[in-house]
Design a protein around this ligand. Structure first.
Ligand SMILES: [Zn+2]
Ligand SMILES: [Zn+2]
Length: 104
């Protein structure tokens, strides 16, 4: 787990590393199966295992499983050399925050 800036949430968020991502993806698909079985159950109930796992790893009480889906470190590029915010993608050539041109 690492705190990184999330471009969608516009705030620093605990993100999951690749090992944690494997577990979270598994729990996420289990959640979808639960959701299919019990359409009427609240989404937090279907994805309880995922939300519990996320809280265990990050200490952050997330209630929206959709948010966790984009909080994987691997989805983003490395930190900008100038301002420290992550590049939006692995192949991004400039930083949208400070305009720094990335040296690849
Ligand atoms: Zn986010
Ligand atoms: Zn930057």
């Amino acid at each position: 787990m690492k705190i990184r800036y999330c471009w969608r949430c516009r705030m620093d968020i605990p993100m999951l590393d690749s090992e944690e991502e494997k577990i979270a993806s598994k729990l996420l698909s289990e959640g979808f199966q639960e959701a299919r079985k019990s359409m009427k159950a609240p989404i937090q109930e279907n994805f309880k295992k995922l939300l519990d796992y996320y809280k265990e790893v990050t200490g952050f009480e997330e209630t929206n499983p959709n948010a966790i889906m984009h909080h994987f470190i691997d989805m983003y590029g490395p930190d900008c050399e100038n301002c420290g915010k992550p590049y939006r993608t692995e192949t991004a050539t400039f930083c949208p925050k400070c305009g720094n041109k990335r040296v690849i």
